[in-house]
Ligand binder design. Structure first.
Ligand code: MG
Length: 395
């Protein structure tokens, strides 16, 4: 097993070999291209909004639940520690991880589903594509260009999924760009593949913690999940005092800690094996191969069982479904209100609608502007706006 720092491997992304930025910029004197991307992400407005966006539990339900921001930091931590052992580029992993959820709507998946429904006649709404829109177009920070002008490799990692029709549109705007791989069905860099797994490992673990904290799932129920229960037993065997009822949180954390470590080591082992077998000599070679970043077969099954448990016991818990129902209503009603009265949006969004007035696609442009406006909102701003526009206080 690899535990130690590895030098950057031949199959890793090398910032000196980056495919570059859409708008050419001179290199920074003290930072690599990917460090610069990460810094741009940390300073952008959409990143700060993540602190008030729902992961699973709505923001006002408690101060200690994960938000999109703390989730993104956990993904970055897990991603970096795996990257180090695999000889991958830690800075790129960090940049992708910190940006991967920038396009999420308020109110978590309920918000995304509602906005996608509202946009069904206008090309739909997809949070991965929205993350790319945030860093490519929506951030307004530079005099010379829209967006953050990130490097190709960071943008490639941010666009984790993409429908064929969206990929075709991206390809038209940027031939050979980040949409191409969805048309050719090739893979992204290993750093991008790693962020997807780090995301899954992070939310599986923190949703257990938040689920227990909320009282919606119990330690007793978690005993159904082999991955959790094996490590709970191990922890109890080593520290019998954790049996005591007052020690529940320590037992939970010790179990989650062991579970996280086991998954991290499993990914490193399984991936190192796949890399030895495939021996890609460059990131270009990686892109042509099947996905190499992976769990071992046993951990894949166990992780899936944990996901299924969380789906049934937590994400579909009646209390969660009740608040997500309200969240869907807020998003749908905000969408209708702004589409009817664009002047209720901030001036820069209204200006985009007005610029399209009279054009054959004016309606679809306005709908996209409204979607961009709503997607950028924090939970509480969306709740306040809904109350201002409808007189109803739902969330
Ligand atoms: Mg995520």
């Amino acid at each position: 097993m690899l535990h130690l720092n590895m030098p950057l491997a031949a199959y890793a992304c090398d910032p000196a070999q980056s495919r570059g930025r859409r708008f050419a910029q001179a290199p920074a004197p003290t930072r690599s291209e990917y460090q610069r991307d990460r810094d741009r992400i940390v300073h952008c407005t959409a990143f700060r909004r993540l602190v008030y966006k729902t992961q699973v539990f709505l923001n006002h339900e408690g101060d200690l639940f994960r938000t999109r921001l703390t989730h993104s930091l956990e993904v970055a931590q897990l991603g970096r520690s795996m990257a180090r052992s695999l000889g991958l580029n830690e800075d790129l992993v960090e940049a992708i991880a910190l940006a991967h959820d920038l396009g999420h709507t308020p109110f978590g998946h309920a918000g995304q589903d509602a906005l996608n429904d509202c946009m069904s006649a206008f090309g739909g709404f997809e949070h991965n594509l929205q993350s790319l829109r945030v860093v490519d177009q929506l951030e307004e920070r530079y005099p010379q260009f829209d967006g953050l002008n990130l490097s190709f490799e960071t943008r490639e990692g941010i666009l984790k999924h993409c429908s064929r029709s969206n990929a075709e549109q991206l390809e038209q705007r940027e031939p050979g760009g980040v949409g191409r791989r969805f048309l050719e069905r090739t893979q992204p860099s290993l750093e991008a593949q790693l962020c997807n797994l780090a995301d899954e490992i992070a939310y599986n673990a923190h949703d257990i913690d938040d689920g227990v904290r909320s009282g919606l799932i119990t330690l007793a129920q978690l005993q159904e999940v082999a991955l959790f229960d094996d490590f709970r037993r191990q922890a109890l065997a080593e520290y019998p005092h954790l049996q005591d009822k007052t020690q529940g949180r320590r037992l939970l954390y010790e179990t989650i800690r062991r579970m996280l470590s086991a998954q991290v080591y499993d990914v490193i082992d399984a991936t190192a094996g796949a890399l030895r077998a495939a021996a890609p000599a460059s990131v270009q070679a990686v892109r042509q191969l099947a996905p190499l970043l992976q769990f071992g077969p046993d951990m894949r099954v166990q992780s899936q069982a944990l996901k299924t448990f969380l789906l049934h016991r937590l994400y579909r818990h009646p209390r969660v479904l009740h608040t997500t129902g309200q969240a869907r209503q807020v998003v749908a009603e905000l969408f209708a209100a702004y589409l009817a009265r664009p002047q209720e949006m901030k001036p820069r969004f209204l200006a985009r609608c007005e610029a399209a007035r009279g054009a054959p696609d004016a309606m679809s442009v306005s709908a996209r502007v409204v979607a961009d406006y709503i997607a950028g909102m924090t939970d509480r701003f969306a709740g306040r706006e809904h109350e201002r526009l409808t007189g109803m206080k739902l969330l």
